[in-house]
Structure formats: C-alpha cells, structure tokens
Design a protein around this ligand. Structure first.
Ligand code: N01
Length: 863
C-alpha cells in the first residue's frame, strides 16, 4: 500500500462520488501516495450541485463558510460573488477545485458502481461498474452524499401524464422555459421553496401542491456577509478553527437565553435579529432551548407564522402556508427569496393536499379529491431517500455475504457514521450517525475526510491494513446518536431526518445532533484512545481496544461541563453550614418541577422534636383518597431539606398519582447516627396512623428516598418489619446508600468527576456515623436481615459511586424473597436522574419510577 500500484484494475482505494467529499478524499489519498480511482454516475464533478440544476438552486449556508478550508491558497484564489451562491457558481467552484488539483484524470464519469463485495481471503474489495469493469481495491470509500438518491414519487398514476415531467433533483442541463405554460409543482421542501418563485416568473399559471407547509425565512441574499469576510481576512485560521469547533460548523456564539424565561421584549428582539440576518445558524439559535422545550419552540414558530400572515394577502392561503404540525427545526427549515410573496400573484394558486389529497396523476394533469387540474408540465420537488438511500442502493456486500441493505433493514448502524461492523475497510463520508445534514456540510466533510486519511496513515505506520468497528463500539455509538436525538424534539416530526418521507423506511433518527464540536471531539478521542472500538489487522499484527466512546447521556455531560465552568469549591472542603448554603444557592435558579394540585407544609412529632413535612397532592379527576408515599430527601444525612428535593417530589407526585409526604429528618453533624433513621421510622409510623387526615388510603403506604434519603427509607422498612408494622407496600430507593464500604468497583470507576465523589461520600459518613457504627444495619441496611421486606424499586445509575451497592441491595433483597425492580439509569450520575426539567434524559427513568410506585399499590394478582 506504500506506493501507487500499477497493476491494471487494482487500486489502494476507490472513491465513489465526485462532489465536495469525493474530491477532497481523492486529494487527501493522493497526498498519502495511494493509488486511487474515483467514479461518479454524473458526467462531471459536482455531486449534488451537478444534478440539482433547477432555477433558484442555491446553498443555504453563507459562502464564506460553505467552502473548502484545507488550503489557504485555494481560498485566496476563489471569490464568491454572493452570500448564497447559485448552483452554477458552486458547480464552477468544484470544477475549479478539480482542475486546480488535477483530480479529473483519476475519476471515471458517467459510470455507476453497481456492486462492491469484500473478499475476506484477499482482504480486498471487488468493485463492479455499470460498464462491466471489475476493480480491486483495499479501501472502499463512499462519498455519495446524504441527499443524492431521489425518492420515487409515491403518487398514484405518476407515469400517466402526457405533458412534460421534471424532477428538481434531475433537472435538464439545457434548462426549461415555462413561458406561457400551466405548471404544477408538487412539494414544498427546500427545493420547492427555491424553485417556485422562479417558475412563477415564467408560467402563465402555477399551481403548488402542498402536503406539509414548511418553515422558511428570507435569505436576504446579496453580497457575502461583510462581518464574516472581515473576520476571515483578519484571522483566517482562527475563524476556521471556530467553525470546526462550533455546533453546526459555522462560528457562532451560543446563547443561554431560554425562550420560556425570556421577556417578551428579548424574545422579539432576538427573533427579529435572526429574521433580518437570514441565516440558518441564527434562526435555529434564537433560544438555547428551542429544540428541547415545546413551549420555547412555539414562541419561535408563532413568530414565523405571524410573518407569513403579514406577507400573504389571502388569509386562507396564508393559514395553509403556516406550519402547525411539527416543531420549528424538526424538519429542515428553508431559506427563501420571495417565496411567500409569490402567493400574492394572481396566477399562482396553492392547493392544500391536507384538504384535498391527490387521487391520481392523469394524462393531462392532476386529480384531487375535489378538482381536476390540467397542466402542460409537472415539477416534482418530492425529495430524497436521505442519508441511507445511496449507500443501501449500491449493493455493498461485506463479510460472510452480508449486504448493507440487509444489515440496515431495521435502520442504519454505524460507528461514528464512518464505518459499520462486518464491512472491513469500507468508509462512508458523512454517513448516518454523523452530524452531516445538521451541519455545514463543508466543515463536516473535511473533518470526515481528514479522519479517514489520518486513520489510513496511522495504519500504514503500524503495518496494519484492515480496519473494522466492533459490535460493542458500534451499538454504543448508535445508542449515543439516539440518546442525543431523544432529548430534542426531532423525533416528533415526520421528517426525512427520521426516514419518515419514504414509505416503509424504518423510523430512526439518522443524523448525529450532538454538535459538530462534540462529534469532532468523539472522533479525536477514539484516535487518542488507540482507535477505541476498532479492530485492526495486517502484517504488523492485530490490535483492538474495545469499548464505547460515549456512554454518558448527552445532557448529563452538558450539566457536568457547566458545573465545571463554575469553579465551585469541593463540598468536602467546606463546613456543613457552608455546604448547605452552597447547595441552596445552586438550586436557586432551577426549574420548579410540575404543577400539582396542592402543596401544604406541616410538622410531625418526631422522637426528639417536630419534623417539618411538605405534602403534595396530585391533580387529577378524583378528589378521593390516594395512596401515600413518605419521601426522604438526599444530601448525605448532612445537607438537603424540603426545598432541595421539591421538583422531584412534584414529579413523583404527578407520575405516581400518590400523595407524597416529604419529611425533613434531623441532620448530622448536629444529630448523628441513628437520629436520621429513627426520625424516618417515626415519620412512617405517623403517616400510617394519620393516613386519612393526609388524604391517603389506610394500608396503602410506601416509602421513597434518594441517596441518604433512600438509606433512611430502607432502614425504616427494616425497623417496621422488626416492630411488626406499619405495613409498607413498597420501597423506592433512588441511588441509595446501603453500605459503608467505599471500595466497590463503582467507587473506583466513578469516585471522581461526577459530583458525588468518594471524598464527598467519606465526608458524609464522617459527619454521620462513627466507624464503629458503620456496620450497623441502621446505617448500612445491606448488612441487615433482609427477610420479609417490602417489594422494592431500586435505581442504579451508571456513573454513580453507589451503583454497585444499589445493585447489591437489589440482588440481596431478591434472594431474600422480595420482588425487586432494578431500574438502570443508563448514562446517568448520582444526581442527574433527580434534575427534573434540567436533565431531559432522566424523564424515562422517572417514568419507570412512577410506574413502580403505582404498581406497589396494585392488588397482588394484578401486574
Ligand atoms: O425535499 P424535502 P427537498 N405527495 O423532502 C413533498 C436539502 N436541500 O428536495 O413534507 C405530496 O424536504 C413533501 O411533503 P411532506 C435540504 O437539506 C437544500 O425539498 O413529506 N407531496 C415535501 O413538501 C432539504 O431539506 C437546498 O408532507 C409530497 C416535499 O415533497 C433536502 O435537501 C435546496 C409527496 C419534499 O421536500 C431535501 O429537500 C434543496 C407526495 N407523495 C434541498 N412526497 C439548499 O438550499 C413528497 N412530497 C442548499
């Protein structure tokens, strides 16, 4: 592989696609001294910009950013004429790049790769083309683009029309003159929105068939943004660096303004600024929470709808053009030039397919449920089989005869969007599971190509020549991609991001939404950790460091990063009072948790004086009594109070439908072991005795707690058993302290860096209990007799030092005969599950907890 081969039909690498990614990949592979062959079914370079020649086709990332940055000389030699360049200009640019680096001779145009098959013996791919050629190569790289496989229109009668038919994605090279024609356009995505105003200029009649209205903002095209050009001029490297480490591949200062809490004036000002700017990067970041919080999203969406209503004169048409069935940004937002104004023209009509669906395309037009239309031409702007279409269509067969299509039948599976297990030496550029379509493609493409080139170089140095991800690494990455999507509103839309536009395509969130910056970091970390999750072999031996590169929930990681920036002193270095003050201060600005019907404060007579409690009564149809849950807050027996766990109690109340009685117990060091445990038991006895007054159902009582609160809840269950009552229906223990042994593996793994540290846990124990008492079951319930205890739901978080003792308690209770539900808080820390409305990924765990609480009160024969 060191030198270009000269054996006919044999290459080190084959690159399919000669668009932005294929061209740069060829260039980098050549730089490495590899022999490379490129193919493209198009007649020339350009990729998407070769095919999508419809009038109005432009990029929607401003040209200073939508450009190669790998060579400063190239940047000097090319000047874009507009903020958003036209398709012909972008195509010229790619031709210029191909010529400048002499890439064309390596590319065979008008040639489709029809199949690719891995030969395990030879460790090579056999590539077959539509011309019947067979080529052998070691590395097979698909640079086929995310939006290159047109979706065949799923409309009855498509072949019947006798007039002219055009697809925006396959526009005739010679152009089309619609002068004097009656034209139909089907589809109002980015392509439709760009082409419609230009067809309207020529056609005598234009009818737009719209199934789903789309959000679009004016592009305000013109000269390239002066501020960007100035920044580039002053510090090109700094600017490009900022783009590479930004969220979407365009330098942008992230905002921390939340839509839900911002004043009306701030909301309006931020929105109008984004509207004036006319860039995707601005409109998708009006508020930090607009893609997370429906209420915040609605604010932006409604402001856009207001604009549409103010532009379009006919109110019925305006309303039909206002998107209401998806959150803003969950389908690709569009940039337009005069799109909505077009509907004010007398010869332009919008047909709302939600009201009158297309029945069939006919010989001379389109028939809907209500009307028959006659046309001279029909333009399909109906989109693409996005992200996976071109890859799966290429008949790629990996090891053991497995085809990519088969492997991906239930949705794509990749490691980093770059490779997939079972397909050695097969790379995808901007594949599913990478930021790609959610980012500035130019930046994402360069990052992918650089990573692949770097990888091949590293392999060569190590004498390795095959690479493939492991199943573990790949499934971990798929999980992370889905976790990132799940905390956003993206999965709620029927978008092509979800595969929802192609009938029968699995519904999976295809791109990686964690950000260009986070993604780049993950790719770099993989390399840094010795190509974690890749198996590599060759004359130099075999190596594989297996593992998962991102196991933490993305929003948990964000919270940890944020906390790290605050520079707070470690709790264990403070006095108890100062630690309490710090906790109260950090809790001051958090969201309040859900509304409940009633919240009342009171006091319970405890063994050594009154104990404050707060009662939460759920909203709901029934005024009648509810089951009771006595809850104990977290805080290592030292910190916490009724306020500290207030949002969590509201959440538990809402989800379980039970009355929650949150009890404050005595704290250490003022009151040491066993004060907290005795108070907890007294509170349970009192709640049982006063169930009716509390709005509870006598005999339906559970205990719950988080952390040290779960410790005293577990102890209360043991004490109740020993005392012969009260009857406890269940115990919910969220990340409980159940033992005083700080040497378990979860302490080793998670004892530093995840808020609850080993040092802090030691500090808590030191405040609470003497060494001699730490084996007492009232301090370490895991060491007690576990017979005859109530059913349990135990939450164990992956990144919690207490994880293993929680799991240990679950196993021990089960062994002693108690029904146990172990809820694994995947990717969570000790504290994150309880962060209601901050850590969105905790919601499914809390939903499980809510269900467990409800189940405690079901009759035994009902599951
Ligand atoms: O495709 P789309 P596109 N009956 O899938 C409708 C990029 N791009 O080519 O939403 C009736 O977005 C469909 O309706 P619905 C950009 O990333 C960029 O416009 O499925 N209608 C929708 O309205 C973009 O997102 C630029 O209900 C049918 C439309 O057709 C992506 O490419 C320019 C239908 C398809 O919209 C794809 O954009 C162009 C049916 N059977 C594209 N089937 C730039 O500006 C589909 N539709 C850089």
């Amino acid at each position: 592989m060191n030198k270009p081969t000269s054996i006919p039909g044999q290459f080190d690498a084959v690159v399919v696609g000669a668009g932005f990614s294929g061209l740069y990949m060829l260039y980098r592979l050549r730089q490495l001294g590899l022999s490379v062959k490129g193919f493209d079914s198009a007649g020339d370079v350009g990729g998407t910009w070769y095919w999508n020649r419809y009038p109005g086709a432009r990029c929607d990332i401003a040209t200073p950013d939508y450009t190669y940055s790998f060579d400063p000389e190239l940047e000097k030699e090319w000047t874009w004429s507009e903020k958003y360049a036209t398709q012909p200009e972008i195509l010229d640019y790619l031709r210029f790049v191909a010529d400048r680096y002499g890439l064309r001779p390596d590319i065979e145009f008008s040639t489709t790769v029809t199949s690719a098959r891995w030969d395990e013996q030879e460790k090579r791919w056999t590539i077959t083309t539509g011309r019947g050629e067979e080529i052998r190569c070691r590395y097979y790289i698909m640079a086929t683009g995310c939006l290159s496989m047109p979706k065949s229109p799923d409309i009855e009668g498509v072949g019947r029309f006798g007039g002219q038919v055009y697809f925006t994605s396959r526009w005739p090279h010679e152009g089309v003159d619609f002068t004097g024609q009656r034209v139909a356009v089907i589809g109002t995505g980015s392509s439709g929105i760009q082409v419609i105003p230009l067809i309207a200029r020529q056609a005598s009649q234009l009818t737009v068939f719209q199934r789903t209205p789309n959000f679009s903002i004016p592009a305000h095209n013109g000269p390239a943004p002066a501020d960007r050009l100035k920044q580039l001029d002053e510090d090109r490297d700094g600017y490009r660096h900022a783009a590479r480490w930004s969220r979407i591949g365009v330098p942008n200062e992230p905002t921390d303004v939340l839509g839900v809490t911002a004043s009306e004036a701030v909301r309006r000002e931020r929105f109008e600024a984004a509207w004036r700017q006319g860039e995707l990067v601005g409109i998708v970041s009006v508020f930090a929470d607009q893609l997370l919080n429906p209420a915040s999203n609605d604010i932006v969406a409604e402001m856009i709808r207001e604009k549409v209503r103010s532009i379009v004169k006919d109110s019925e048409t305006a309303e039909a053009l206002c998107p209401k069935d998806h959150y803003f940004g969950t389908k690709r937002p569009c940039l337009d030039t005069g799109y909505f104004d077009t509907y004010n023209l007398p010869h332009v009509r919008l047909v709302d397919l939600r009201k009158q669906p297309i029945v069939s395309i006919t010989e001379d037009g389109i028939e809907t449920a209500e009307e028959s239309f006659g046309f001279d031409a029909i333009v399909y702007a109906t989109g693409f089989d996005a992200m996976t279409g071109a890859l799966a269509a290429a008949d790629v067969t990996g090891r053991d005869g497995l085809s990519l299509k088969e492997k991906w039948a239930a949705g794509p599976s990749t490691y980093l969007g770059l490779m997939t297990a079972g397909f050695p030496n097969f790379f995808m550029l901007t594949g599913p599971g990478s930021p790609s379509v959610l980012s500035n493609m130019a930046v994402s493409i360069e990052q992918h190509v650089d990573w692949v080139a770097g990888c091949l170089e590293d392999m060569r140095e190590a004498g390795l020549d095959t690479i493939e991800p492991t199943e573990l690494a790949e499934s971990g990455w798929n999980q992370h991609v889905q976790d990132c999507g799940a905390i956003t509103l993206m999965p709620t839309a029927n978008s092509w991001y979800m595969g929802a536009n192609v009938p029968g395509k699995p519904r999976v969130f295809l791109p990686y939404i964690g950000g260009v910056d986070a993604y780049r970091q993950a790719c770099d970390d993989v390399v840094e950790q010795g190509y974690l999750g890749f198996r590599m072999t060759g004359p130099g031996g075999a190596r594989c460091r297996d593992g998962v590169i991102r196991r933490m929930q993305p929003d948990v990681a964000m919270v940890l990063d944020l906390i790290a920036t605050l520079g707070l002193p470690p709790m264990e270095t403070l006095s108890a009072d100062d630690a309490r003050a710090l906790l109260a201060a950090t809790a001051a600005n958090r969201p309040p948790g859900p509304e409940v019907d009633q919240v009342t404060d009171g006091v319970i007579p405890g063994p050594a004086g009154d104990l404050p409690y707060r009662l939460y009564r759920p909203a709901g149809p029934s005024e009648g009594p509810r089951p009771l849950v006595v809850y104990f807050h977290g805080g290592g027996w030292v910190l916490g109070n009724l306020d500290s766990d207030d949002p969590l109690c509201r959440d538990l109340c809402e989800r379980s439908g039970a009355v929650i009685v949150s009890v404050n117990y005595r704290h250490a060091p003022e009151d040491r072991f066993p004060a907290a445990a005795l108070d907890a038991f007294a509170a349970v006895q009192w709640a049982d005795a006063n169930a009716i007054e509390l709005g509870g159902i006598p005999g339906q009582l559970a205990v719950a707690g988080w952390s040290a609160g779960a410790n005293v809840a577990a102890v209360a269950c043991q004490l109740a058993r020993d005392a012969g009552g009260p009857h406890i229906s269940g115990q919910l223990l969220i990340c409980p302290v159940v033992d005083s042994d700080l040497a378990r593996p979860s302490y080793q793994e998670n004892g530093d860096g995840y808020i609850l540290t080993t040092a802090l846990m030691k500090w808590f124990w030191d405040h609470y209990a003497d060494a001699a008492d730490r084996g007492d079951p009232r301090a370490a319930p895991l060491r007690g007799d576990l017979q005859g205890l109530p059913p349990a739901c135990i939450v164990a978080a992956d990144f919690d030092p207490l994880r293993d003792e929680g799991v240990g308690y679950a196993r021990a209770l089960e062994a002693a005969g108690a029904p146990v539900r172990l809820a694994r808080a995947r990717g969570h820390t000790h504290t994150s599950v309880t962060m209601v409305d901050v850590v969105i990924s905790g919601a499914p765990v809390r939903a499980e907890i809510g269900e467990a609480l409800r189940n405690f009160f079901l009759p035994p024969n009902r599951p």
